[in-house]
Design a protein around this ligand. Structure first.
Ligand code: SF4
Length: 58
């Protein structure tokens, strides 16, 4: 999956869970930390992340 592939190689990945300090659902949040996914990243910004946009256009 593209979102996970790019996030796993991204140095700027920071999951929403980390920022919220595991605030909502512990199990759900662990998933976003150990399986990076752009859609759970604080920089995602509804798909407007410049790193994401550039990742497939080297
Ligand atoms: S949303 Fe952007 S900063 Fe976050 S993991 Fe994806 S490419 Fe990296």
């Amino acid at each position: 999956m593209k979102y996970r592939r790019i996030a796993s190689g991204c140095t700027e990945y920071c999951s929403v869970a980390q920022v919220q300090n595991f605030g909502i659902s512990f199990l759900n949040n662990l998933e976003t930390i150990y399986h990076p996914d752009c859609r759970f990243c604080v920089n995602w910004n509804d798909g407007q992340c410049s790193i994401f946009e550039g990742a497939d256009n080297p």
